[in-house]
Each structure stands twice: as structure tokens, then as C-alpha cells.
Design a protein around this ligand. Structure first.
Ligand SMILES: [Zn+2]
Length: 110
């Protein structure tokens, strides 16, 4: 029996489930990041895999917390350094050194 049909349409509950799993993985990664950074890295990898498979959208808030290069869960000041440069928040992953910029005004809207 073939169960590898990739184009099968995704049902609503599947995407909901994927989203719930992803948020759970982020929570787990958050709680064990200090003691077991290797584990939180695995959680992040899993979360991204699930998101891809179910085409679930990861909320921007959460997306910012993963290094795309090495999947490290980013918690300032442990695994990421955040600087404000020219109106951008610059996130530097302390694990692999990757930098990512986010516009600052987006966050500090008054
Ligand atoms: Zn990194």
C-alpha cells in the first residue's frame, strides 16, 4: 500500500495539530535550553520539519528564536546577542555567528 502521496490535501485538524506540536516544541526548547542545548537544538529541528511537512506557519515571534543555520534556540544573552544598529535589531547567533536583522520600528510602534 502506498502511503507516500505528497500532494494530498491537508486537513484543518492536521494543521492545527502541527501548530500545537510546534508550539510545544518551542516550549520544551525554552525550558531545557540552559541545561541541554543539544536537546533544544533537536526540538527546533523537529519543529521546522513539522512546519515544512504540514506547511504550518510558524508565528514570526517564534521564528525569530531559531537560528536558521544551526537550529539553535535563541535566548538572549545565552545563545544570541541582540544589538540595535541603524534602526535594526541585529541578532547574532553565538553558536555559529550568523546575523539576522529585523526592522526595529515594527516592534516599537507607539
Ligand atoms: Zn546559529
Amino acid at each position: 500500500m502506498m502511503r507516500l502521496s505528497k500532494r494530498r490535501s491537508l486537513k484543518k485538524w492536521e494543521q492545527d495539530m502541527a501548530f500545537q506540536r510546534i508550539s510545544l516544541l518551542f516550549k520544551l526548547a525554552h525550558s531545557c535550553n540552559k541545561d541541554r542545548p543539544d536537546r533544544s537544538m533537536r526540538y527546533m529541528k523537529l519543529a521546522l520539519t513539522i512546519a515544512m511537512r504540514y506547511r504550518a506557519r510558524i508565528p514570526a515571534e517564534l521564528k525569530k528564536r531559531v537560528c536558521k543555520t544551526c537550529n539553535t534556540y535563541l535566548i538572549p544573552p545565552d545563545t544570541v546577542r541582540i544589538r540595535l544598529i541603524d534602526g535594526y535589531l541585529v541578532y547574532t547567533c553565538l553558536e555559529c555567528g550568523r546575523k539576522k536583522r529585523y526592522p526595529y520600528k515594527h516592534i516599537s510602534r507607539r
